[in-house]
Write a protein that binds this ligand. Structure first.
Ligand code: VGL
Ligand code: ZN
Length: 194
């Protein structure tokens, strides 16, 4: 074990307009964005990666295609875009979203991917490879939605051996009770809620 290495990375999950004010608007979303941005600016040397749900029109999770969700995060639409605060309010330019630090999930019509762990960059780098290249040991997580993508992403990161710290005030959720229950499960498993 190497002592005292604080190799931290912040993974931002689905801070996208459809989950904020669009077809799947979640509770606490505006506050979560503000808190997430504040956290980035308070930790200026911590690399930031952006996970983005991105679906084709014919995606299987959409109700008109037999799924359980309204159409959301259709590639190219406003609903699929990262909240503008990440472009305008992050002080350090290299921590803002760019082609190289955005990873997408859900691009195949046939499968819904809740876990950000399955996301890849445009050039095909997976989250696990990206975190390895950054020497990450601790992963901070903020984003939407606690019960779905945050839940799956945090658990996958924990299983992969990272120390996971979920930032409570930087989360948005579908249902408050579901949010609280998910955080309780995290604590039981050894995922930190900070
Ligand atoms: C998600 C609903 C639909 C999520 C993705 O990532 O939390 N939720 N698609
Ligand atoms: Zn989706």
């Amino acid at each position: 074990m190497i002592p005292n290495r604080s190799n931290e990375v912040h993974v931002i999950v689905d801070m996208l307009y459809d989950f904020i004010d669009g077809t799947l608007a979640c509770r606490n979303a505006d506050e979560a964005v503000a808190e997430s941005v504040r956290f980035i600016n308070s930790n200026p040397d911590q690399p930031v990666l952006y996970i983005c749900d991105s679906h084709p029109q014919n995606h299987c999770s959409f109700s008109q295609n037999g799924g359980i969700w309204p159409p959301h995060c259709v590639a190219g639409t406003r609903g699929s875009m990262i909240h503008k605060s990440y472009y305008t309010e992050i002080i350090k330019e290299e921590m803002r979203p760019t082609l190289s630090n955005i990873l997408t999930k859900g691009e195949s019509p046939e499968s819904e991917q809740y876990s950000g762990y399955e996301a890849v960059t445009k050039s095909g780098i997976s989250l696990s490879d990206y975190l390895a290249s950054l020497g990450a040991e601790t992963v901070f997580v903020s984003g939407i939605a606690t019960e779905f993508c945050i839940n799956e992403t945090a658990k996958d990161l924990h299983k992969a051996g990272f120390k996971v710290k979920v930032i409570e005030r930087a989360l948005a959720y579908v249902n408050f009770e579901g949010h609280i229950q998910t955080l309780e499960n995290f604590r039981t498993m050894g995922i930190n809620v900070v």
